[in-house]
Write a protein that binds this ligand. Sequence first.
Ligand SMILES: C[S@@+](CC[C@H](N)C(=O)[O-])C[C@H]1O[C@@H](n2cnc3c(N)ncnc32)[C@H](O)[C@@H]1O
Length: 213
Amino acid sequence: MGSFKKILRNVLGLRTVPPDFVGYENLIAFMESRQLHRLDGDIVEIGAFMGGGTVRLARYAQKYEKVVYVIDIFNPSLDQTASRGGMTACEVYEAYLGGNQMLAVYQEATRGFDNIVTIIEDSMKVRFPEEQKFVFGFVDGCHEKAHVENDFHIIWPHLVSGGVIGCHDYKYEDWSEVTEAIEGLIEQHRDEIEEMHEIVGSYGITSILMVKK
Ligand SMILES: C[S@@+](CC[C@H](N)C(=O)[O-])C[C@H]1O[C@@H](n2cnc3c(N)ncnc32)[C@H](O)[C@@H]1O
């Protein structure tokens, strides 16, 4: 796009939101249906990639004066999980980025939002202070088992009663470690989970949502 057109689109607030790979509108519809905004706490997203989902979450959160915390390392090379077909997650990210820097794409997409806090870090190193509360958290970071377990545990202790945690790629054969991790987590936390829902989103990939007792 020519730079004048780009400037005009920016001035008019018509910036194109990057695609997301989950179908965040389904997640937001679930949050609306459960009136999660009535609960006390913020939103956290682990794995933002180009920020398409972050923008959608931030617009929702803005309506209810909530903050969206985002954790992403913004370095494609760190996720070397191999899919069944042999392609690594890193190669998938790079193909979508088409030569652009992940962080730059994310920053452009999320520019102007004052309710996004971006934590640029390996999620293995992130923990929130005890007083932090979340009403919704979404795990879509590294596809290795240990990371999925870690990412779940970043959120779960801070999730309020009635709050929801979602994990992407559930039962998705390409990233089988994710399902393995989620099934272990469900087993481990069975007594603390009120309900579970599977939502099919973009590319026919499922997210599992767990409501905390
Ligand atoms: C599948 S993408 C997220 C897609 C995003 N939810 C969407 O739908 O647009 C996974 C993201 O996890 C991030 N990631 C991978 N390993 C990570 C790690 N160890 N710590 C933090 N982020 C990580 C990657 O940089 C990538 O942006």
